[in-house]
Design a binder for this molecule. Structure first.
Ligand code: ADP
Length: 265
């Protein structure tokens, strides 16, 4: 059968479209493969550093060169801290990979926002007291209750609070706030009076392993997984995450969670 110039043009267009789509697919595959190798490199580095430190301190202890009790205790304390860091990292990685694989099933139920905030604050009580930070909680009376997996959302708020505690200046105030959001969602947020985040870093803080200048924080900080975990938990709830921040003015991290639409209170 003969193909007219019009049909030929149509076929050529279709072919071009298809090859464009294929190119996009290959590009996506290439990017995700690169991301995977970067992830493995980051994990290896973050595991290796505390491991090497533990190993050298254990060897020093074994070599019997330490005479005084004080040095001995200091070495043991370092080993303890590094081991805790390793445990935290492994726990975060495990959590993140389970969230990404969709292996974490949400158990959503009705939760009151004010009691959620209070419980998160209670579980960080010691840390807050040590740093002398003030906390303010603002929850409007008519905010309603939310429909969440309480354990997971507490973990998300806990990660945000740990960051706020790490970056907030001594004796400053951390603000917990709930506001109505668009659709059937409520926005929960944490504001600190810390150093703020550079505009270039803002887009990337939720990326896995992303850390900006660690010297701005109170202590070294984690592996850069905390916010990636927050994002995964919130997205599993159908919500959104974000951050508003300016250098020198502090940061406000927020996320949305579904309102309780089940008529229960
Ligand atoms: P981690 O705290 O383990 O480094 P996160 O994913 O929690 O990792 O945070 C990523 C980066 O975002 C941090 O290294 C820091 O640069 C920045 N960041 C997070 N929270 C704050 C905050 N409250 N104030 C300033 N910078 C922050």
């Amino acid at each position: 059968p003969q193909i007219g110039p019009q049909e030929f043009q149509q076929l050529a267009d279709q072919f071009n479209q298809m090859s464009g789509r294929l190119r996009d697919m290959f590009e996506k595959l290439r990017v995700s493969e690169e991301a995977r190798s970067e992830l493995v490199a980051n994990v290896s580095h973050d595991l290796r550093t505390p491991m090497a430190s533990i190993q050298s301190f254990v060897e020093a202890l074994q070599d019997d060169v330490i005479q005084d009790q004080e040095t001995f205790n200091r070495y043991l304390q370092t080993i303890r801290l590094e081991t805790r860091k390793l445990n935290g990292l492994i726990e975060d990685l495990f959590q993140l990979s389970r969230l990404h694989a969709g292996a974490i099933e949400l158990h959503q139920h009705t939760v009151a926002v004010d009691s959620l905030f209070v419980e998160v604050l209670h579980s960080h009580y010691m840390l807050l007291r040590e740093t002398g930070l003030e906390v303010e909680v603002r929850v409007p009376d008519d905010i309603g209750s939310i429909w969440i997996d309480e354990f997971e959302i507490k973990r998300a708020l806990g990660n945000l609070l740990q960051n706020a505690i790490q970056y907030a200046p001594v004796a400053s105030t951390i603000l917990f706030e709930a506001r109505p959001s668009t659709g059937d969602f409520v926005e929960l947020s944490l504001r600190d009076e810390g150093p703020g985040i550079d505009e270039n870093d803002l887009k990337r803080v939720f990326d896995r392993f992303y850390r900006s200048d660690p010297s701005r924080g109170r202590e070294g900080g984690g592996a850069g997984l905390g916010l990636a975990i927050v994002q995964s938990i919130v997205e599993r709830h159908g919500g959104k995450v974000g951050v508003d921040s300016r250098i020198g003015e502090g940061s406000r991290f927020w996320f949305t969670v579904p309102l309780n639409r089940h008529g229960l209170s």
